[in-house]
Structures are given as C-alpha cells and as structure tokens.
Design a protein around this ligand. Structure first.
Ligand code: HEC
Length: 125
C-alpha cells in the first residue's frame, strides 16, 4: 500500500465518531439498533418509551449523564444484571445476554448525549 493511503487510513481511524458521519461506526449503529430493540422489549414499560422518562422508574437519561449514578457502563450493567428487587427494578440476569445489556447501555448513552434521536433507529441491516 502506498504511503498516502496508509496516512489516509490512519486519519480516518483517528477521527472522532462525529466527524465520520452521523451515528459513528457500523458497529455502533448495530449496537444502537439492537439496544433500542432490547430496551423497547425489556425496559420501556417502566423507564419510558425512547427513554423519555416515566413516573414509574428512574429517568435513565439522568442516570447515565456525567456524574449520574450509572454513568459508567460497569455500574449500569451491575444494576441491570442484579436488579434492585426491593425497589422495583427487576434483575435481567436470566432474561438477557451481556451483549444485549451492553447494547442497551450504548443506546441509552446515545440518547442521553443526544446522538440518538427518539424513535426507531435505522435498521443497519
Ligand atoms: C418493572 C419495572 C422496571 C423494568 C422493567 C426495568 N426497570 Fe430499571 N428501574 C426500575 C425502578 C423502579 C428503578 C429505581 C430503583 C431505585 O429506586 O433504586 C430502576 C432503576 C434502574 C437503574 C438505576 C438508575 C439509577 O439512577 O440508579 C438502571 C440503570 C435501570 N433501572 C436500568 C434498566 C434497564 C436497562 C432495564 C431493561 C433491561 C430496566 N431498568 C427495566 C424499574 C424497572
């Protein structure tokens, strides 16, 4: 490969997601779509359609915002995995795989950072 092609490849890889076009990489798009699907099935009834909040449960847009109680993926996944049964948050240990939970985190984080608009994301195919 010639030198300029290598430089170009390095440039693309080092660009921030936003500069590469809306929604970031193909992988991230797939996660957002899968996360939206999983969220809609498992979480929306309590946390609100499109993560827009619901009086039933915590507002996850606030929970994953910087400084929020589940801003970091690990804290978020711990709550989803184990739940807080005494406070009405079910454990999803048996209902979801860790990939599905991670996709939900990517989706909710994207919603909180306004990178993902409300509604059904485009199916990455
Ligand atoms: C049956 C209703 C219900 C469902 C379904 C549900 N949750 Fe919850 N969730 C709650 C309640 C209630 C709380 C608040 C618990 C508390 O007061 O600590 C909560 C809290 C949380 C928290 C902690 C937020 C914070 O600020 O501490 C996270 C993260 C969370 N839920 C994620 C999810 C995800 C992801 C799903 C879907 C996989 C989901 N929940 C499904 C009821 C639900």
């Amino acid at each position: 490969m010639c030198r300029s092609a290598l430089l170009f490849a390095a440039f693309i890889l080092l660009m921030p997601n936003a500069a590469r076009g809306q929604g970031g990489s193909a992988n991230e798009k797939a996660s957002v779509y899968e996360g939206w699907r999983q969220y809609s099935v498992h979480c929306a009834r309590c946390h609100g359609q499109d993560v827009l909040g619901n009086p039933v449960a915590a507002n996850l847009l606030v929970s994953v915002a910087p400084g929020g109680p589940t801003a970091e993926q690990e804290a978020f996944l711990t709550v989803v995995l184990q739940g807080r049964p005494e406070r009405g948050m079910p454990a999803f240990e048996e209902a979801m795989t860790s990939e599905q939970m991670e996709a939900v985190y990517v989706y909710v984080k994207g919603r909180a950072e306004k990178r993902v608009p409300p509604g059904r994301p485009k199916d990455p195919g």
